[in-house]
Design a protein around this ligand. Sequence first.
Ligand code: PBG
Length: 330
Amino acid sequence: MSTTTHAGLALTHRLRRLRRSESMRALVRETHLSPDGLVLPLFVCEGDGVRREVPSMPGVFNLSVDEAVKDVAAAAADGVKSVILFGLPDQKDDVGSSAHDPEAPVQSAIRAIKREVKNTLVITDVCLCEYTDHGHCGILIDGEIANDATVDQLVRTALSHAAAGADIVAPSDMMDGRVGAIRQALDARGYEHVALLSYAAKYCSAFYGPFRDAAGSTPKFGDRRSHQMDPANAREALREVEQDIAEGADLVMVKPAVTYLDVIRQVKDRFGYPTAAYHVSGEYAMLKAAARNGWIDETRAMMETLTSIRRAGADIIITYYAREAARLLK
Ligand code: PBG
């Protein structure tokens, strides 16, 4: 009797051997996501009992302080230990005064979260675009964003967050010198324990569209190209990160995530600092939209996306999917 074999194929290495079962794949898996590194963004507005879904971001809400506290507690139960807060004030003016109002939504939410949900880390976004009536990230002089006047307002804002109890302040404005100015001011007022997460390499991206819906921060005219980075530049990102570290950043961020995975990798390899990546609103909205049309498997696409960001070198991922991912990882 003769048997038919394919013995002619003498392969020394068969990479498929290590893919045969889930136990085998788990044994050799290189990248692991953990809920510890996930940060949930929350949009805090004025009022009481407010929970308003953002049309372009299914599953994301504008929340009044009382409702935000509930979501922080629910996120903690899911395993998400950090949140980043954005504010939606009722009052806006040309210099973004409500950004540093101690009674504004973000400052009130920090105090309420610190009082009611123990151990959750509170990060705050420091920028003026949600607070100015023109929607720009800074103070306008002759139609241009005035760097140093804006930095003064950012410093006041970061101090008000620290005074309310923020653990980490995260300037996202991309003004020059803001990290050093905020660090010095924090230290001078006795907030030397408050950490600073710099949105160091923040690109001028089309993927922030849904966020501006959520935060009501679309500029009334013009765009953000005079301060956010050109998507074509990676070496410049390294200079931004280097400068922010020199000015005192404890953690650095690349934003958006998926279209800048190469930048995340370079920042991590070059500096070795705790590196965050922001999986932004447009990246979230695209997955949601495709999933709602039945075109992709949302859970798999979500985990594949977050894994790719982690694999590129991000230690920390800010994502609207934080709770869903944490529940899966538990
Ligand atoms: C600015 C800020 C923005 C985002 C985070 N911080 C918007 C912008 O720069 O226009 C975008 C986040 C997202 O798209 O999810 N305060």
